[in-house]
Design a protein around this ligand. Structure first.
Ligand code: NDP
Length: 225
């Protein structure tokens, strides 16, 4: 049977790579972007439905949930994220920079998942939050980008809390680290290309079942929270 996915943040980078890989593997896709005028590569994938969403905007989330009401997805993949201020230093960060970073990377993904949960198949559903090894409290400190790491640690915390609310249901929650990948965020010196990372991520997601919450990388290795 054809599986269905809703990918959040698919205009470029890993989100676009995920859309291409799920599409290549026969999934039926709906994918969101902030600006539909910058979604040519996504639109070029036959059959993909492109929707608009800014995850930090409550009205935008509500409008999307309304447009998709009645649809059923086997997978909700929340990929959208930002790297935060270029200086990466807590001491220099302004209120606005901190607000944008922690809202986009930690709180808005959970708000999006809560809003879209009724669309996820209650028997087979998998919900993925794109995290990072930098968000591991054990491994992240010392890896650089401390503010970004803290925002992903907050995401991990909130996602585990979200998953608690699903305990006793068959729904599975994954926190995923894609590796260090060549994208706008990852930079040109990153060792992994988008396709390699996304093939690994899609393999892991395709095998996910059984409920609960796990923090895993693109190769299926469990990471410490
Ligand atoms: P990019 O900067 O290339 O892409 C980020 C994506 O997130 C874009 O599609 C962007 O949309 C979208 N986005 C940002 N803010 C919002 C928002 N408010 N609402 C909706 N969409 C938004 O980054 P990557 O592809 O590298 O990163 C994707 C995810 O993977 C992120 O969560 C990142 O933290 C994570 N990650 C990446 C790693 C890497 O090495 N690249 C390593 C570990 C984790 P738009 O085009 O509109 O800006």
């Amino acid at each position: 049977m054809t599986r269905t996915a809703l990918i959040i943040g698919a205009s470029r980078g890993l989100g676009l790579g995920l859309a291409k890989e799920f599409h290549a593997q026969g999934w039926e896709l709906t994918a969101t972007v902030r600006n539909p005028a910058h979604a040519d590569e996504l639109r070029a994938l036959p059959g993909v439905i492109v929707e608009t969403l800014d995850i930090t905007d409550p009205a935008s989330r509500e409008a999307l949930a309304g447009r998709l009401a009645g649809r059923r997805f086997d997978l909700l993949y929340i990929n959208a994220g930002i790297s935060g201020p270029g200086h990466h230093q807590p001491a220099q960060a302004t209120r606005d920079e901190l607000g944008e970073l922690f809202l986009t990377n930690a709180v808005a993904p959970i708000q999006t998942a809560e809003q879209l949960l009724p669309l996820v198949d209650p028997q087979t559903g998998v919900i993925v939050f794109m995290s990072s090894v930098m968000g591991s409290v054990e491994l992240g400190p010392g890896m650089g980008m401390p503010l970004y790491g803290a925002s992903k640690a907050a995401l991990n915390h909130l996602a585990r809390n979200f998953a608690r609310g699903l305990e006793g249901t068959p729904l599975t929650v994954l926190l995923m680290h894609p590796g260090w990948v060549k994208t706008n965020m990852g930079g040109a010196e990153a060792p992994l290309d988008v396709q390699t990372s996304c093939r690994g991520l899609v393999d892991q997601v395709s095998q996910a079942s059984g409920g609960g919450v796990r923090f895993v990388d693109w190769q299926g290795q469990t990471l410490p929270l």
